[in-house]
Ligand binder design. Structure first.
Ligand SMILES: [Ca+2]
Ligand SMILES: [Ca+2]
Ligand SMILES: [Ca+2]
Length: 538
């Protein structure tokens, strides 16, 4: 019972592995259920008086025995159930702190000023899934996202998504289109990500201008449910958000929540999640969504002004990725005010804001490339050694300017990867994929896909159009039939030419020799830097 948290009384979430059979849909009414979501193969419903109210009296301790019994009853009436679980309670991870400091120390710590010499604005939509956002705040209003197909305040659901007048986002706690913050937590997060800057007032956000989508599912006490979080995540995906800030969580390993995270993963969306404020090892006492294994999650711990892990911050070499400033952070709160908050909730938007700024600089990259840029350029700190996987604290300037080498973090489904011309890829599933090559220099090549026996299955042309010194990304134009392939493949770059501006080093020459030896067509000179990365389609 312990460690599984609290649940909403009488509410259950049911998932179907296939589209819900008609019989099940008919039975929804008799169970007093409503569809929560219908995406792809998953239909989630919440039977038994689904309620958007969330008073303390409606919450109870999770009781596995009771849940098991209720789910057994539900399964009898609904065929085709993949899972059944209680609608678990999720909570904001903040620790309000009443000590004032004269400045935003966190921005200095992550080298934001140097980063702002290069880039200050982002076009990437960041969804703040939280207590809402004070969209009237003078330091936030200008940076709010606007739903392009919804006419404000006309009482009509213009874009036909089931929510009336959802202009800045939506409210999945009250079931309306108005995500106005009634707590401050979400507004504080919003200010760190994209507080309006250079306007002679208040604070500066990591993005001086940006697009904040406000999705409220936590109530005025900072509490909400999995059902609300799932709706918010699906809204964000549907409306084109690329980064989701999740400064909340809970101990219940919800399948419905993870399914929503997986839908985001498939849509190429990055989730930045707070590790939690219990001061625990999250590897042993996981909090979700931060501790889910999905490749699109960055889990964030909090550090203080002296680069120590905050006393309240969770850690974990398996489940926590990076640290960011999270103690005495000054930002916007509701009703137009400012205040200092502490928590992994405050560290998380530093990373989400960084992701938006970096992604705006490299708009053709995948979430995994952006994640890699952020994690691999973090400042390694002795205070974080052995505590979190990157052992580092966010460095915005380095994330924006440095390109991490590919050897350190190969894409998860690539079996082996080296900066030569041969790559072995294992595709265990038939998911649609795109391929990108990173390169310096310019030239042309053919990318050949070989099967295990070394027989060429197909070949794709690849152009490297630029000739300056910076790292570029080129998409490999893969024939349609090959986008959903299964099995083990080798990839070869043949007829490969690359002009390199820098003088050749010994290593590059050695590498070139090796590549020539292995190449299918060794007529060309090979040098320069080539990395291949595999990403899911988006
Ligand atoms: Ca609408
Ligand atoms: Ca409208
Ligand atoms: Ca300002």
């Amino acid at each position: 019972v312990f460690g599984q948290g609290k649940v909403i009384k009488g509410e259950y979430i049911i998932g179907f592995s296939e589209h819900a059979p008609q019989a099940a849909l008919t039975n929804l009414n008799s169970l007093n259920a409503r569809p929560l979501n219908q995406k792809g193969s998953l239909l989630v419903v919440s039977p038994f008086n689904f309620s958007t109210t969330n008073k303390e009296s409606l919450v109870e301790d999770y009781n596995p025995e009771k849940a098991k019994a209720v789910c057994k009853t539900i399964k009898k009436q609904l065929p085709g159930i993949a899972f059944c679980e209680p609608n678990a309670v999720l909570s904001a991870f903040n620790t309000p702190n009443d000590t004032y400091f004269p400045k935003q120390w966190g921005m200095k710590k992550i080298k934001a000023e140097k980063a702002w010499d290069i880039k200050t604005s982002s076009e990437v939509i960041v969804a703040i899934i939280d207590t809402g956002v004070d969209y009237n705040h003078p330091d936030l209003a200008k940076n709010m996202w606007h739903n392009p197909n919804e006419i404000p305040n006309n009482g009509v659901d213009d874009d036909g998504n089931g929510i009336i007048d959802d202009v800045y986002g939506a409210n999945f706690f009250a079931g309306t289109g108005d995500p106005l913050d009634d707590n401050s937590h979400g507004s504080h997060v919003a200010g760190v990500i994209a507080g309006v800057s250079n306007n002679n007032r208040g604070i500066v956000g990591i993005n001086w201008s940006g697009k904040i989508m406000a999705l409220k599912f936590l109530n005025s006490f900072g509490a909400g449910s999995v059902a609300g979080a799932v709706s918010a995540i699906d809204y964000a995906i549907a409306k084109g958000a690329k980064v989701l800030n999740c400064s909340w969580g809970g101990p219940f390993p919800s399948k419905a929540l993870q399914a929503a995270i997986t839908r985001a993963e498939k849509a190429g969306v990055l989730i930045v999640a707070a590790a939690g404020n219990s001061g625990n090892d999250s590897d042993k006492n996981p909090l979700y969504p931060a501790a889910f294994k999905n490749s699109n999650i960055i889990s964030v711990a909090a550090t203080d002004e002296d680069d120590n892990l905050a006393s309240f911050s969770n850690y974990g070499t398996q489940s926590v990725d990076i640290a960011a400033p999270g103690v005495n952070i000054l930002s916007t709160i509701y009703r137009g005010y400012y205040y200092y908050f502490s928590g992994t909730s405050m560290a998380t938007p530093h990373v989400a804001g960084a992701a938006a700024l970096v992604w705006s600089k490299y708009p053709n990259e995948s979430y995994s490339q952006i994640k890699k840029r952020i994690l691999n350029t973090a400042d390694k700190l002795p205070t974080l050694k052995g505590l979190i996987s990157s052992e580092g604290r966010l460095n915005l300037y380095k994330a924006l300017t440095q390109t991490p080498s590919v050897e350190t973090v190969p894409p998860s489904n690539v079996e082996s990867l080296n900066i030569q011309n041969m790559y072995t890829l294992t595709f265990n599933d038939a998911v649609k994929r795109n391929f990108y090559v990173e390169y310096e220099g310019s030239g042309k090549t053919d990318v050949k896909f070989l099967n295990k026996a070394g027989i060429e299955k197909f070949s794709c042309p690849l152009n490297f159009p630029d000739s300056d010194n910076s790292l570029k990304t080129a998409k490999i134009k893969i024939p349609k039939f090959a986008k959903r392939m299964k099995g083990v493949y080798e990839i070869a770059l043949s007829s490969f030419k690359l002009k390199v501006a820098k003088p050749h080093r010994k290593r590059a020459a050695r590498r070139a020799k090796k590549i020539r030896k292995k190449s299918l067509n060794n007529s060309s000179k090979i040098c320069g830097k080539i990395t291949l990365s595999l990403v899911n389609s988006f």
